[in-house]
Write a protein that binds this ligand. Structure first.
Ligand code: G3P
Ligand code: CA
Length: 302
C-alpha cells in the first residue's frame, strides 16, 4: 500500500461492514458480523432500534417485516409490525432472512461455519458487542463498532446506547467506537452524553451532501447543517457516496471532519475497484459496504 494516505489522519481508510457481511448473510445478525470480521472489516455496523420493553436490538427498519419471519408467527399490532410494539422475548423467536444481493437462500456462505449456536436471530446491541469483544480477544484484532442511533431523535434510545457501551467496557478511544445518526438533534445529544459520561468516541452526522452558496453542508433527517456547524458537535460525516466531490472532502478535512461514504454495493471485486478508488484518491476516510471482502481488497491495494 501507499506510504501515506490522503485521509484526515493519514491512516488507511476504514472498511465498515454495513449491517455485517450483509451482501452474503442475513443482515445485522451475529453470523453476518462474524463473517465480516473474518473478511477483514475494520468496523462492524449495527443499526439500533428499541423494543417495547426497552432493549436495543440490531435492526435497520422500524418494522420487522422485511428481514424476519414475523408475519408467519404473530398477528400485526396497531396495523403493523413495529419493533417498538414487540418485546425482546418475542423478537428472539424470529429468524432473520437473507436479503443481500449475493446471499444464498439457505443462509450459508462457502467455507464459513458460525461459532455461535443461533447465528441468524435478532441480536441485542450487548450481544453484538460481546461477539466483537470475543473475536478481538481470540484473534488479536482491534475491530471497532459503528452503531447507528436510528432516526427519529429519541433521547431514551441515545441514553440506552451509552449505557450499553459503558456496561460492555467500550468507553475510551482505543475501544474504537464511532456513533452515527441521521438526526441532527441526536448528534448534539450524543455529543453531550459522551462528555457527561467521560467517554471517548467518534461521532458522525449522517445525511446527503448539500451545496448552497458555495458552502457545503449535510442534510440529515431533521434539517441541513453546514460543515462548520457540524464540526461543533461531531468528528465526522457519513454521506451518500453519489454526492461526494473532491471539494467536499477538502472542506470537511479543513474543519477537522472525517468523511465516510455509504453504501457501496459492488457485485464483484472488479466493480469495487472501479466504484471506490476515485473516492479514495480524493482522501475519503472510510466507507460502508455490504461486501466486506471487496472493500478490504480495494483498501489493501492502495
Ligand atoms: O449508516 C450509514 C448507512 O448505513 C446509512 O444508511 O439506511 O443503511 O442505515 P442505512
Ligand atoms: Ca446504518
Amino acid at each position: 500500500h501507499a506510504a501515506t494516505y490522503d485521509t484526515l489522519d493519514g491512516t488507511a481508510p476504514i472498511v465498515v461492514a454495513h449491517r455485517g457481511a450483509s451482501g452474503y448473510l442475513p443482515e445485522e445478525t451475529l453470523g453476518s458480523y462474524e463473517l465480516a470480521m473474518q473478511m477483514g472489516a475494520d468496523y462492524i455496523e449495527p443499526d439500533l432500534q428499541l423494543t417495547s420493553d426497552g432493549h436495543l436490538v440490531a435492526m435497520h427498519d422500524t418494522t420487522l417485516t422485511r428481514t424476519t419471519n414475523v408475519s408467519s408467527l404473530f398477528a400485526a399490532r396497531n396495523g403493523s409490525y413495529r419493533v417498538s410494539d414487540f418485546t425482546l422475548a418475542e423478537i428472539k423467536t424470529l429468524t432473520v432472512k437473507p436479503t443481500g444481493a449475493l446471499s444464498e437462500p439457505d443462509s450459508t456462505y462457502p467455507g464459513f461455519t458460525p461459532s455461535m449456536a443461533d447465528p441468524y436471530k435478532v441480536p441485542t446491541f450487548g450481544e453484538v458487542l460481546d461477539t466483537l469483544t470475543a473475536y478481538n480477544a481470540a484473534n488479536g484484532t482491534k475491530i471497532g463498532i459503528y452503531p447507528e442511533s436510528k432516526a427519529p431523535h429519541d433521547p431514551v434510545k441515545n441514553r440506552r446506547i451509552i449505557e450499553v457501551l459503558k456496561d460492555k467496557g467500550y468507553t475510551s478511544a482505543e475501544d474504537r467506537v464511532i456513533l452515527q445518526t441521521f438526526a441532527n438533534e441526536s448528534v448534539v445529544d450524543l455529543n453531550a452524553l459522551l462528555a457527561e459520561n467521560g467517554m471517548e468516541a467518534e461521532l458522525a452526522q449522517l445525511g446527503s451532501v448539500v451545496l448552497s452558496g458555495g458552502i457545503y453542508g449535510v442534510r440529515g433527517s431533521d434539517g441541513t447543517n453546514s460543515l462548520a456547524d457540524i464540526a461543533k458537535f461531531a468528528t465526522g460525516v457519513g454521506v451518500s457516496f453519489g454526492g461526494i466531490t473532491e471539494a467536499f472532502i477538502r472542506d470537511a478535512h479543513a474543519l477537522g471532519l472525517k468523511v465516510h461514504a455509504y453504501t457501496f454495493r459492488p457485485l464483484s471485486e472488479d466493480e469495487a475497484f472501479a466504484l471506490i478508488n476515485p473516492y479514495l484518491d480524493w482522501g475519503l476516510d472510510g466507507f460502508f459496504t455490504d461486501y466486506t471482502d471487496f472493500g478490504r481488497a480495494v483498501v489493501d491495494a492502495q
